[in-house]
Write a protein that binds this ligand. Structure first.
Ligand code: UDP
Ligand code: MG
Length: 327
């Protein structure tokens, strides 16, 4: 069998601090792999500049001019990690036998490439990179991330525990993936949804080599919510159950009050020494406020799904390529 053509796809957003080191390490790694015949001569490192505002694109242009091993895509503007990654993978699939996606910040150990290629040669179409530990993550990131994976599992979404977006996909898998036309992207969920023969390679997740995380808490929460709502309608089912349960509680309460008022004075039973009107008022008011809160929350959740539909029916392009450098 000929050595496969490998494309390593790296989405980059304002990564000028870390890119020189990433490019250097990946260059050495890929050259080694080419030399030892693990992958073909025309394998590439494909940087996708997700509309960076710093010198990221100028660096990519420079690397491309220096060596043909570097390719680059410049997106017309910032579309977010998932869209940038999709753009890279969908472009790579026209040139490669398999593509690996990785973050630009060297948090994913690049030596995982060896394991990926081994599994690929054994016939896997998808190989997931899984973090064997999260020692380098902050306590907060670790607990929220792991909590998220658990919630996803509870909601019946098939995800690989502790796998982010570091993975290998064969050309066959990428071709099949191209048929997923949704605009709300949660790639790690979509890939597991697709199936194909797959396996896992473990690696130690390092700290970000340089620069700052491009995923602040707000973006992270949005992403988690997108993941849940793109893959599960269980929140809607939960609302239905909640409505049912509240109705039952209401009916039981009403019957109880009716019986009590038939037996005797409610006031005597309820708080004989206090002003019954005051109590009834505060009880009703409190209950009403809580219930209105729950109702508005439920409308909000339904609205989230309607909003998602709005974007799905529009089916706007998920990214626009400004420049593509490949030779
Ligand atoms: N990224 C991107 N577009 C964005 C935000 C992030 O392409 O709008 C890239 C970023 O350059 C990096 C990867 O997505 O290669 C993951 O981001 P980061 O490392 O900041 O996230 P974290 O590891 O902190 O979750
Ligand atoms: Mg990172």
């Amino acid at each position: 069998m000929n050595s496969p053509i490998l494309y390593v796809v790296i989405p980059c957003y304002n990564e000028e601090d870390v890119l020189p080191e990433t490019a250097k390490r990946l260059y050495i790694k890929l050259k080694e792999m080419i030399k030892s015949g693990v992958c073909a001569e025309n394998s590439r490192i494909l940087f996708v500049d997700d509309g960076s505002k710093d010198k990221t694109w100028q660096l990519i242009e420079k690397y491309h001019a220096e060596s043909e091993i570097f390719s680059g895509i410049k997106l017309a503007h910032n579309r977010g990690h998932q869209n940038a990654l999709l753009c890279g993978l969908m472009t790579a699939k026209n040139y490669c036998d398999c593509a690996v996606s990785m973050d630009a910040d060297l948090q994913d150990d690049i030596n995982v490439l060896d394991g990926f290629m081994e599994k690929y040669k054994e016939g896997c179409d998808v190989v997931y990179g899984v973090r064997s530990s999260r020692k380098t993550d902050t306590f907060f990131k670790r607990t929220t991330a792991q909590g998220f994976y658990k919630v996803m599992q509870k909601l019946g979404v098939d995800t690989v525990y502790n796998h982010a977006d570091c993975r290998l996909m064969s050309k066959r898998a990428l071709d099949a993936f191209a048929d997923y036309k949704e605009v709300n992207l949660f790639l790690r969920g979509m890939v597991t949804h697709m199936g194909f023969k797959n396996d896992v390679v473990y690696f130690e997740r390092a700290e970000r080599f340089a620069g700052e995380s491009k995923y602040p808490l707000k973006k992270m929460l949005n992403f988690a919510w997108d993941g849940i709502t793109s893959f599960s309608t269980k929140p809607l089912r939960f609302i239905t159950s909640l409505g049912g349960a509240l109705t039952v509680v209401g009916v039981v309460l009403l019957i109880l009050l009716l019986i009590l008022s038939l037996i005797g004075s409610i006031a005597d039973w309820w708080m004989p020494s206090m002003n019954i009107i005051m109590y009834a008022m505060s009880f009703v008011l409190g209950g009403m406020t809580i219930l209105s809160g729950i109702v508005i929350l439920c409308i909000g959740v339904v609205g989230e799904y309607v909003g998602k539909n709005y974007f799905e029916t529009k089916a706007r392009p998920r990214y626009a390529v400004d420049v593509f450098l490949n030779r």
